[in-house]
Design a protein around this ligand. Structure first.
Ligand SMILES: [Fe+2]
Length: 295
């Protein structure tokens, strides 16, 4: 079993790097920690970065998850290969680019490129946020797949991942620590990144950002609303090149892992996605760029 410790980062290809960085800093509120040679790094918490833009074609390059140590990484490589999943080991240059000591990459059954990393650099100083959005941490990430049941079979058979709730065959919300979901898979015809989430301090931050975004003409994709599954108050909005960001506050923590029973929600029911019954919509995704190699 591959033991995920945490989410690490999103790597996203950006055709207009300056616009992507400007939005991430001045609208989302992240701190720009490096920008050179076509790579821009942004952080929200003690992770060295949680978002890397790589100048080039638009689309998601990969998502990263951290493992405990070298032994865990070696075991992950062995387990994936035993399951027939080709693994590409990262090199020193790739690790340096990602702010980690070592990593590997693989594709899930649908073509999402996933990286497993060890020793993601921690940045101990306070985050110098681009604006006061109230961000406390990189909260979760959501991938796309045409079959969320099949996706769950993949994640739960190889990883320490359990389903927290199902939204029909529309979404599978998964946990590997007490947080209700740090990984989710949403139904889509092609692989991609559905959205990346940032937790904020309070409902006031969500609502303040809602006004802030609307005043600036940013496309609100969904919310403000409240998800019945995680109880989180959410706001989804679209950044440049189709990258969807989410702020949320108040995510459920599952204290007793063994006691929790996953629940099943009908996505067509009026309050299955939003307890407040606002307009719900499938948010836009960033398509997965072709994988196969580490880049
Ligand atoms: Fe989310």
């Amino acid at each position: 079993m591959i033991e995920l410790q945490d989410i690490a980062y999103v790597r996203s290809g950006s055709a207009d790097l300056a616009a992507a960085v400007d939005f991430a800093v001045n609208v989302v509120g992240l701190e720009l920690v490096g920008n050179a040679d076509g790579h821009a790094y942004l952080r929200a918490d003690a992770r060295h970065h949680c978002l890397e833009f790589v100048e080039g074609a638009s689309g998601v390059l990969s998502t990263g998850f951290s493992l405990l140590d070298d032994t865990a990484l070696a075991h992950a490589e062995r387990d994936l290969e035993a399951a027939g999943v080709p693994v590409v080991r990262g090199d020193r240059e790739g690790a340096r680019e990602r702010g980690v000591r070592d990593f590997l990459a693989f594709e899930d059954p649908f073509g999402n490129v996933v990286e497993l990393v060890v020793d993601q650099i921690r940045s101990p100083g306070p985050v110098r946020f681009g604006r006061p959005a109230g961000i406390t941490e990189f909260g979760h990430l959501c991938l796309d797949a045409p079959d969320v049941r099949e996706a769950y079979r993949f994640w739960s058979s190889l990883f320490n991942v359990r389903v927290s709730d199902w939204i029909g065959d529309w979404a599978c919300l998964m946990r590997f620590d007490p947080v209700h979901h740090k990984l989710a898979v949403f139904k889509s015809s092609r692989p991609g990144l559905c959205h990346m989430n940032f937790q904020v301090e309070s409902i006031d931050d969500v609502m303040r950002s809602w006004h802030f975004l609307r005043e600036r003409g940013v496309e609100i994709e969904m919310g403000p609303g409240r998800h019945p599954q995680s109880t989180a108050i959410f706001l989804y909005f679209k950044g440049p090149e189709g990258l969807t960001y989410e702020y949320s506050y108040g995510v459920r923590r599952i204290a007793d892992d063994e006691e929790w029973r996953p629940r099943y929600f009908d996505p067509d029911a009026p309050d299955a996605i939003d307890l407040w019954r606002g307009t719900t919509a499938r948010v836009s995704s960033q398509p997965q760029l072709p994988g196969g190699t580490v880049r």
